[in-house]
Design a protein around this ligand. Structure first.
Ligand code: R5P
Length: 286
């Protein structure tokens, strides 16, 4: 097996190859003066199973993924596995209003043209993966998040909404503490309202878990509700730290005790590694 790292996932791809003890090649990706992507895999041949590790967010990384798929195919890859740690476009999984595209399906139709297997991590809508015409699996980051927080005196794990309650359950059960969910109503792309917390938060050390932090609006509202309910410490962990518009600064500057995310998107707080979880999946027979 040969691991090819795209430009979005350099550290994660390297870590994967270290765990698996297999060859690692970093794609040499640059931009032409007009911004178009140029990439090259500098090796004689890829006559083996090849794993490409690359996000499909932002759009420029999707283009790089398409080019890498073609490059590895031309270099003789026997079977191509895509590891897409953060799959962009998964939230646009259907036509919400007439005239819109089914964006997730469009992306998958193109990605699926040159691959034999796909792994994602905590994709927002798992059902979109059905559009791949090959084996796929969405891997869960909850065990890695729980492992990170297991000795940090967490007393309650909460998700910001009902949709993420299974994540809170998975992390809570693994740490061995209780879990629950808050109630969220989305008001706009960046604004949400979280109802007053109904569970007992008084004096507690709470961990909020979510699949992604984008604008940070959800976490700010959740923190507010928990503070009003008397929480002592509030930490936050998500799988994908997107952090648009200075969201990370906004969160670290607020009264949160920790803001952490997994290394599906590499940034200054992506200290929770999902490499072990992906490596185990890659070792499975197929
Ligand atoms: C929503 O369903 C997701 O699980 C996240 O809670 C949401 O995308 C976070 O977005 P933001 O940080 O912009 O509130």
């Amino acid at each position: 097996m040969i691991i090819v790292g795209g430009s979005s996932s350099r550290d994660l791809a390297k870590e994967l190859s270290n765990i698996l003890g297999c060859t690692f090649i970093q794609a040499a990706t640059t931009r032409f003066p007009d911004g178009e992507c140029y990439t090259r895999i500098d090796t004689e041949s890829l006559n083996d199973d090849v794993v490409i590790v690359q996000n499909t967010y932002p759009d420029s990384n999707m283009i790089e993924m398409f080019l890498l798929q073609d490059a590895v195919k031309k270099m003789g890859a026997r079977r191509i596995t895509l590891v897409i740690p953060y799959f962009g476009y998964a939230r646009q999984d259907r036509v919400f209003r007439p005239g819109e595209p089914e964006s997730a399906k469009v992306m998958i139709n193109h990605l699926g043209m040159m691959c034999d297997r796909v792994f994602t991590v905590d994709i927002h809508k798992e059902s979109v993966l059905e559009h791949f015409g090959c084996p796929y699996k969405d891997l869960k980051a909850a065990p890695a998040i729980a492992e990170h927080f297991k000795n940090r005196s967490i007393e309650l794990v909460l998700s910001p909404d009902l949709g993420a309650k299974d994540r809170a359950k998975a992390v809570g059960e693994k740490i061995g503490v209780s879990y629950d969910h808050l109630e969220k109503i989305r008001l706009s792309g960046s604004e949400v309202r979280i109802s007053p917390a109904q569970m007992d938060c008084k004096g507690k050390n709470i961990l909020i878990v979510d699949d992604m932090i984008s604008t940070g609006g959800t976490i700010v509202a959740a923190k507010q509700a928990l503070k009003e309910a008397g929480a002592r410490n509030i930490s936050v962990a998500c799988t994908h730290g997107i952090f648009v518009n200075n969201a990370l600064e906004r969160l670290t500057g607020s009264a949160l005790d920790a803001v952490l995310c997994c290394n599906t998107l590499e940034n200054e707080v992506s200290h929770i590694s999902v490499a072990g979880i992906i490596a185990n999946a890659l070792k499975e027979k197929w």
